[in-house]
Design a protein around this ligand. Structure first.
Ligand code: ADP
Ligand code: MG
Length: 355
């Protein structure tokens, strides 16, 4: 196993990239700690698969270096990197039995049959495939086949990292939930570095200790699920994670204080902002907004039920502000005033939290 470092990585699929948009990865510096459970989260097209393929060696980056511990592997082909990669769709041998499919990555590396047998049975048990070991893979459902793919990724004990690229896409919703918890358990059991790619925040937040959030070819934040929720470093993290996402309101600085709709809004990082310049916004999650006697005057627009709480849509100065309230809590009719928790309210400049 190894620590993996992406050092100054940039990648373009074009021969002569010119503008910023020509880069699939703009600038990446990420260190993946040995044994960590990571999720790589971002919308489709943001560069997740490109990043994985650079780690595995299927792709050579246009610029920068890949290090395993302190060894530069940028020029090494995939088969010399000791990496397991599970793709979105099953990659298995249909004519082989489940057993032989799982054994393949081990036999391929000349591992003795005694050890092969022990590993195959261990992984099959974890994935609840023990009963099917002698069945031909072609006889399994799509779910079953993807479990074999996962097993083939998990079976080797010599890998530096196991990477899963949206592996549950073809799995039905119920089994998705089961497999996701299984992967989490497997991480705790195997203690191997795992990178789990997804565009689904629930998947990312339930699997990972650390979530790497990407947007438009860059990493916008690396943090625990709690960090992403409580301290979004970028407005993208604020609205991509959370349901509903963070409220964003245009503001300007006046006398060193952020002002929205003619009112001063206390914010945790107000002192750091100092001056106007760029596009300034106040960000506060709906969880940290409440009704108050005195505060920002709003009109109630809509109240929707969301299970254990309700989402209240309000409007102030043409801007939408959402808040969450508990079951028993009443909603004022017509007009009301809102208060933002100052410790959870921050000013963002051009998308980035001002520090
Ligand atoms: P993700 O996995 O997050 O959906 P990708 O890494 O597949 O994103 O893609 C990142 C960007 O690079 C996208 O704009 C995509 O169109 C482009 N891209 C991906 N693969 C290729 C390729 N083989 N050739 C050219 N462009 C590509
Ligand atoms: Mg992808």
């Amino acid at each position: 196993m190894a620590k993996i470092t992406l050092d100054n990585i940039r990648h373009s699929y074009l021969a002569r990239p010119e503008v910023e948009e020509d880069w699939a990865l703009k600038q990446l510096d990420v260190v993946w700690a040995d044994g960590g459970a990571y999720a790589l989260l971002g919308p489709s097209g943001c560069g997740k698969t490109t990043l994985l393929n650079i780690i595995s060696g299927l792709l050579k980056p246009s610029e920068g270096r890949v290090l395993f511990d302190d060894r530069d592997v940028t020029e090494l082909p995939p088969d010399q990197r000791q990496i397991a990669q599970v793709f979105q769709f099953p990659v298995i041998y249909d004519t082989m039995t489940v057993y032989d499919n799982l054994a393949f990555p081990l036999r391929n590396r000349g591992i003795g049959e005694t050890e092969v047998d022990a590993r195959v049975r261990q992984i099959a048990a974890m994935l609840e495939l023990s009963e099917r070991l002698n069945t031909r893979a072609s006889g399994l459902t799509a779910d079953g086949k993807q479990k074999i793919s996962l097993g083939r990724g998990l079976v080797r004990s010599d890998v530096n990292v196991i990477m899963f690229d949206e592996p549950l896409t073809v799995i039905d919703p119920h089994l998705k939930w089961v497999l996701r918890s299984k992967l989490k358990e497997l991480h705790q059991e195997l203690r191997r570095t795992m990178i789990y790619v997804t565009h689904d925040q629930t998947e990312a937040l339930t699997f990972a200790d650390q979530v790497v959030v990407m947007n438009l070819g860059e990493v916008v934040q690396i943090g625990t699920p709690v960090d992403l929720f409580e301290r979004p470093q970028h407005t993208f993290v604020g609205h991509f994670i959370g349901s509903p996402g963070m409220n964003l309101l245009p503001c300007e600085m006046d006398g060193g204080k952020p002002v929205f709709a003619g009112r001063t809004i206390p914010a945790a990082n107000a002192d750091a902002v100092k001056a106007n310049g760029g596009s300034l916004e106040i960000g506060v999650r709906p969880e940290f907004v409440s009704f108050a006697e005195d505060g920002i005057p709003v009109q109630i627009v809509k109240v929707s039920d969301a299970g254990r709480f309700r989402i209240v849509d309000t409007s102030a100065d043409g801007q939408s502000i959402k808040l969450l309230i508990g079951e028993g809590q009443g909603v004022p009719s017509g007009g009301a005033c809102l208060r933002f928790d100052p410790d959870r309210t921050r000013v963002y400049r051009d998308g980035w939290m001002v520090t």
